[in-house]
Design a protein around this ligand. Structure first.
Ligand SMILES: [Fe+2]
Ligand SMILES: [Fe+2]
Length: 263
């Protein structure tokens, strides 16, 4: 009972922020045992992408050259494993950031971006490792898969000049984190106990990531960005509600189920 109350409190602002809830047909698809390999593999890659995009932001906007190099070094073993199948996944547990980050002196928001994003990267890389543990438990061997249309579909609307480009990317980050959190909560009760507990355990950090992205966007913009937030909310809701032949963690309404319902 208490656990449910906590989850509901955590989810309430997220449900309000998102312009639509995940369609039931996506949940029905996601909990099919035959879709577990694609769900876990895509989730794994999403964790790496979350770390990569946060790292891109601090490298580009917030840290000096030596810190930027240390960040790349930290991520390299994860990228080698994911894209080139190099190394043993168990060795990723030893990867650490070996240098403290130095903020660029000419930016008012560098330190805040570093503080929030370094913590976020640490957590995403830990999630990456935890998903690999789940894959091991459920006998899912890692194989490359293509990315879904979701992140590209959002990011293509980002402006190309700064600071608007950074603000747009932060807003997209908030939506991606919020949707992940909502989906984790939606599928957790339908999965077996171990997997369900794992997805529930991710809610707190993903909810904080969404808030951190949103507060950074507001802080850096120093103007009202509600129209821009609403714009990305509409794009996001369209990607989630429209039909999508490619089932993934952030995919839209599955076509298969619609066809079955229409028969
Ligand atoms: Fe994560
Ligand atoms: Fe996250």
């Amino acid at each position: 009972m208490n656990k449910d109350l906590n989850v509901n409190t955590l989810l309430q602002p997220i449900i309000q922020f998102l312009q639509c809830e995940t369609p039931q047909s996506w949940i029905d698809e996601a909990i099919k045992p035959e879709n577990l390999p694609v769900l876990l593999t895509d989730h794994l890659i999403c964790e790496l992408k979350a770390a990569q995009s946060a790292m891109f932001m601090i490298r580009r906007y917030a840290v000096d050259a030596n810190s930027a190099a240390a960040l790349l070094e930290w991520l390299a073993p994860y990228e080698k494993f994911t894209y080139r199948h190099e190394g043993k996944w168990q060795d990723l547990a030893k990867c650490k950031l070996n240098k403290s980050m130095m903020a660029k002196s000419d930016s008012a928001y560098s330190q805040d971006l570093i503080d929030k994003m370094v913590l976020l990267i640490k957590e995403e890389l830990h999630h990456f490792y935890q998903v690999l543990e789940m894959m091991e438990t459920y006998g899912v061997e890692y194989q490359n898969i293509s990315s879904s249309r979701y992140a590209k579909g959002l990011l293509k609307h980002c402006k190309t000049h700064d600071p608007d480009a950074l603000i747009d990317k932060l807003i997209c980050g908030a939506y991606i984190e919020a949707r992940s959190c909502e989906r984790f909560a939606k599928i957790a009760p339908h999965l077996d106990a171990k997997l369900g507990e794992f997805y529930t355990s991710l809610l707190r950090s993903e909810a904080r990531h969404y808030q951190d992205y949103l507060s950074l966007a507001t802080q850096i913009a120093q103007k009202d960005i509600s129209t821009r937030i609403a714009f990305f909310g509409e794009q996001e809701a369209e990607l989630i509600s429209s039909t999508d032949a490619d089932f993934k963690f952030h995919s839209g309404r599955p076509i298969v189920n619609l066809e079955i319902q229409n028969v």
